[in-house]
Design a protein around this ligand. Sequence first.
Ligand SMILES: C[S@@+](CC[C@H](N)C(=O)[O-])C[C@H]1O[C@@H](n2cnc3c(N)ncnc32)[C@H](O)[C@@H]1O
Length: 265
Amino acid sequence: MNLFQRSFHLSQFIFPNGGACLEFGVFRGGTYAYQAEHILRRYPASTLIGFDSWEGLPPETEGVWTADRHAVGKYAAPKAEVKSRLDALGIKEGDPRFRLVDGFYSDSLTPEVAASCGPLAYVNIDVDIHSSTVEVLEFIGPILRPGVILYWDDWKDPRDQADGAWGEHYAWEQWLPKQAGLEVETIEVNPLEQRSMLVTAAYGKTLASENLPTVTQIRYQAQALVEDPVKALKPRSDNDGMTALKRQIRTLPVVGAVVKKLRDR
Ligand SMILES: C[S@@+](CC[C@H](N)C(=O)[O-])C[C@H]1O[C@@H](n2cnc3c(N)ncnc32)[C@H](O)[C@@H]1O
């Protein structure tokens, strides 16, 4: 199991009652189909929304260094290819759990589309270049919540040698300091510099206030996915079911107020 796959499964551990998985950069649908298959088989309460121009990469931000392999139009692929993958999985056209949003992000990433996504669980950022990442971050910023996992496919690919900042990591470094109250921790980084991050606080909410697993529990699940994915993905035991039930009970307003009082003492 690779880091992209682990971070997707980790998000579903954090949100056992489901959440929206957003994929920026679908191309031929390899990673989209992986998530779709697992949503069908294991995580039926989750949804998946893919965003792509189908015309490949747009121009990079003026003045920002870019690799030759990120030329305009690179990774153009017909949407039909993705649709036939979904068809092979038995996903019916019009199944509301699986959506594809067409167009360049400058046109397609509107506040109306953001409002239609539903509560997020997972965001796969695989757009390669700075200009696209800037647009993705502007779009997801207002809808982030504690517990969301962000996966970065091209954070700082070691093939790309250039002085200074460029690409996905540069967009993040410019954007994050401007997000008051947003707290994020890196969970895992691999030798290719791909990485997963966990939103720990956003808009006054925290993992604890949302009755989500703690950072430690999430890190241990991330490690379990590395060491023994088959075991880590086993259906939850009764004990896990009890934990989920207890968490749900804590979300009831009266119980939540009592728990908060006890915590504040
Ligand atoms: C590297 S490919 C994605 C690969 C895919 N996640 C996979 O692993 O199979 C990058 C994709 O991002 C899309 N893309 C990048 N910037 C975009 C933008 N600003 N608007 C729309 N699509 C964009 C490209 O069209 C391309 O299909």
